[in-house]
Design a protein around this ligand. Structure first.
Ligand code: KG4
Ligand code: ZN
Length: 335
């Protein structure tokens, strides 16, 4: 088995995956409720909570220690004080159990969430929509990544989080906004789709976030910020953000040689976005691949899965070379 370790942001997670991709153990301890009162992730608190959660998870897999063949751990990108928790645990295990280490890029881990129980299919297009990133990638037959588009400011998930915070809903905001939107009228607020007509392959969510902020402030000033208005605002914001995603996608997927197209990252759990992507893919002769809802957000199963591929290729990392990289570009790297 490969042990996967994830601690790049506010989730502590361990997974044990067999070489036939069967998941033997998977658990995640989310810190969401702890960060919620602050409206976002507080790094120092995240670090402290990882040091509590990770040893507890380790205790649970102790009976399986003798079956572990390598430890796959996220070393980039992420919050450095959070990454430290997973890296320290992985290094300590590698020393004490005499195991090789495998370093995993968190974003590449998300791509592997599409193939948790199967071999990867290449070439592949990927829309990565998470709290830290929003980008479109292509992975060629040789597993190499080319970035086709990425955000120039906020990520999609971050914009949901910030709008939710402005509405006083708590953190993380993605699912909260999606739920409110179910009962709202998405035509009520006439938000402008960002970068319409702009030919650059970039996303931008900060302008839309500001449109939402102004609408919230206006409603509050007029004493009309009630449940119905909140639902309408959530629906209008979610629709505009989704149309922006599709508008840019249309531009960058044309003429590419992939037919499989995956959507990954925390925000890929959004069913409204998923259904629009499904329609988009149908119209563009693409086959949409998704992860199970449980594995869209950060988890160690995708890290263990990515670890299996690296293990089979013999790509190990020397303990002294395993370093944290909070920021790193995916361009040109291999999945
Ligand atoms: O992939 P992830 O767990 O962490 C990062 O790598 O960033 O993504 C977390 C992000 C948060 O911003 C959260 O609000 C967003 O994913 N998210 C959603 C939904 N569920 C989670 N965004 C929109 N709709 C959702 N249903
Ligand atoms: Zn993530």
């Amino acid at each position: 088995m490969i042990l996967g370790v994830e601690s790049s942001c506010d989730d502590s997670s361990l997974a044990l995956m067999d070489f036939d991709f069967s998941l033997k153990f998977y658990k995640k301890i989310s810190q969401e409720s702890e960060h919620s009162k602050f409206g976002g992730v507080v790094p120092e608190l995240a670090a402290r909570l990882h040091t509590q959660a990770l040893p507890n998870l380790l205790q649970e897999i102790k009976p399986n220690f003798h079956k572990i063949k390598a430890v796959a751990v996220v070393n980039e990108p992420g919050l450095s004080v959070s990454l430290v928790g997973g890296i320290s645990l992985a290094k300590a295990l590698a020393i004490s159990l005499n195991l090789p280490l495998i370093s995993i890029n968190h974003l590449i881990g998300h791509i592997y969430s599409l193939f948790l129980s199967s071999e990867i299919t290449l070439p592949l297009g990927v829309l990565l929509i998470s709290g830290g990133h929003t980008m479109v990638l292509e992975v060629d037959e040789n597993r190499q990544i080319n970035i086709l588009a990425q955000t120039s400011d906020d990520s999609l998930g971050e914009s949901f989080d910030k709008v939710a915070k402005m509405m006083g809903l708590g953190y993380p905001g993605g699912a909260l906004i999606e739920n409110l939107a179910k009962n709202g009228n998405s035509d009520k607020f006439d938000f402008t789709i960002p970068l319409r007509g702009d030919k650059r392959a970039i996303y931008s969510f900060s302008g839309l976030k500001n449109q939402a902020r102004l609408a919230i402030e206006n409603l509050q000033n007029e004493g009309k910020f009630d449940k119905e208005a909140m639902c309408d605002l959530a629906a209008s914001f979610q629709k505009t953000a989704t149309l922006h995603i599709l508008d840019r996608l249309k531009m960058v997927v044309q003429g590419r040689n992939f037919t499989n197209f995956g959507v990954v990252g925390g925000a890929s759990a959004n069913l409204f976005i998923r259904s629009h992507l499904q329609e988009f893919c149908k119209n563009h002769n693409l086959n949409l691949i998704t992860a199970d809802l449980e594995f869209c957000s950060d988890n160690a199963a995708m890290i263990a899965r990515a670890g299996i591929s690296k293990y089979k290729r013999g790509e190990f990392c020397d303990i002294n070379e395993l370093k944290i990289q909070p920021r790193v570009s995916l361009q040109g790297s291999f999945i």
